[in-house]
Design a protein around this ligand. Structure first.
Ligand code: MN
Ligand code: MN
Length: 453
């Protein structure tokens, strides 16, 4: 019989002062990361900066110089500045498999259309919030302008308007999914006419500011990637500061903790080659050149094996099939306000440690990846040996929907993979909540995996 996880003591009660200090250090770094890196490009840049500090080299440079890679060497490979993979070469031949931590760094946001405006449906919670603009504008000559407007206290912000509640009788009759139509997510950018009385004068004023202050012309939006995200920093949540409130914790909470765990072993000798994979495009189905469906990971691994002087097509296939992976993504935490949406015996709870989903998918196991019982058994042993607190769960009630992750994509290679990560409250809302103890236990879980799997 499954036990009622409600009755398990919270992990907090087991902590020493030392544990608490380590937890606070990790979470302070995490809050800073959440506040500074809100897009996949910003996250890739930060991951590379941290990797270089830990002695990682750019794989492109290694390929160019023809340098040979040896056990202990560390390389990163970034793809289109939106996905990045770190490799630390182990003493075992790579064909025996890797140990891979994988997570996604794209987040839910409003993308600005090429003929400016925005897109994306189902974001009814995003109205009337201060929004910041993040992204790049690429000029015809290849110059890349980095744009961040709305994060500095002196910056202006943007917002999507909503109807005065007194006038909303019609709106209130709509289903929540339709309250704000996708095409009605107009961003308020200005109200000051350049020339009094002129039609289109406000627009002209905005274009003038874009040109003078930001050096952007209207046509430049054609080669831009600009997103609107909630403005402001992530913070500690609750009087006891036991939680984190921040934008895009799905899935940067798993990305950050995976990266930290990976960099912690930078100076250790390891058997199997270790890998940390941070990918783009998960929120829109993992398609596209920088999503997990792309071949960039396989290609990068082929290059690494080649640089080790140990490449063949067959060895590459063996390496992939012999690998172990934690596909790390957030899990929906039990919310007492919406109790009926969850199966209480099989839901993740805030504060009960790292979460594992043996299977994902919709309405049961449709479209799912499912981990083998043998792999789960091995993982339980590794986690228990390293005193990691963990819980097994499923996303929500079987018939209410579900979700997928990158697990099903790497499962195609025949490798052992399971979904794991951190429980999140208000997943996909502009501000999501997590428990600091879950963040810490999950990082511990990743470290245990890299050490002992
Ligand atoms: Mn996710
Ligand atoms: Mn998501």
């Amino acid at each position: 019989m499954a036990e009622d996880k409600n009755k398990k003591p919270s992990v907090w009660s087991k902590y020493t002062e030392e544990d608490k200090a380590a937890l606070n250090k990790l979470c302070d770094g995490y809050i800073d990361f959440l506040s500074r890196c809100k897009t996949e490009r910003e996250s890739v840049r930060e991951a590379i900066a941290c990797a270089e500090k830990s002695g990682y080299k750019n794989l492109d440079d290694v390929i160019r110089s023809g340098e040979k890679l040896n056990p202990g060497d560390k390389v990163y490979y970034q793809f289109m500045k939106k996905s990045v993979v770190l490799f630390q070469i182990g003493t075992e031949p790579i064909e025996r498999g890797l140990k891979i931590l994988g997570a996604h760094i794209d987040t839910c946001r409003l993308d600005i259309k090429q003929n400016p405006l925005y897109e994306d449906g189902g974001l009814y919670q995003w109205v009337t919030l201060p929004l910041a603009m993040h992204g790049v504008v690429v000029k015809k000559d290849g110059t890349v302008l980095e744009i961040v407007i709305g994060e500095d206290e002196k910056d202006p912000v943007f917002c999507v308007t909503d109807l005065l509640v007194h006038l909303s009788q019609e709106q209130m009759k709509k289903a929540a999914a339709k309250v704000i139509d996708g095409e009605n997510l107009d961003i308020l950018v200005g109200n000051y006419p350049l020339k009094e009385g002129d039609k289109e004068s406000v627009k002209a004023g905005i274009l003038k500011i874009l040109e003078e202050k930001y050096k952007i012309e209207t046509e430049d939006f054609l080669s831009a990637e600009l997103a609107l995200v909630p403005a402001g920093k992530a913070r500690s949540l609750g009087l006891d500061e036991s939680m984190v409130l921040g934008y895009g914790q799905d899935d940067r909470v798993c990305s950050y903790t995976s990266l930290v765990a990976m960099l912690e072993i930078a100076n250790q000798s390891i058997g199997k080659t270790a890998c940390c994979l941070l990918v783009d495009k998960e929120e829109i189905g993992s398609f596209g050149a920088t999503g997990m469906e792309s071949k960039f990971f396989e290609n990068a691994l082929a290059e690494v094996m080649n640089a080790c002087g140990d490449y063949s097509e067959l060895k590459l296939r063996r390496a992939l099939q012999n690998s172990f992976m934690l596909s790390s993504d957030v899990s929906s935490a039990y919310d007492a306000l919406y109790a009926s949406s969850y199966d209480k015996k099989n839901v993740a709870y805030l504060g009960k440690g790292m979460v594992f989903n043996k299977f994902t998918g919709a309405r049961g196991k449709s479209g799912a990846s499912e981990a083998n019982a043998e792999y789960v058994g091995k993982l339980r042993d590794v986690l228990d040996k390293n005193n990691v607190s963990y819980q097994f769960s499923e996303l929500g009630k079987v018939d209410l929907g579900g979700g997928g992750t990158i697990a099903r994509i790497v499962a195609v290679y025949g490798m052992e993979v399971i979904d794991s990560g951190v429980a999140v409250l208000s997943m996909h809302a502009p501000w999501e909540a997590t428990s600091k103890i879950d963040i810490y236990e999950t990082k511990k879980g990743y470290s245990a995996f890299l050490k002992d799997i």
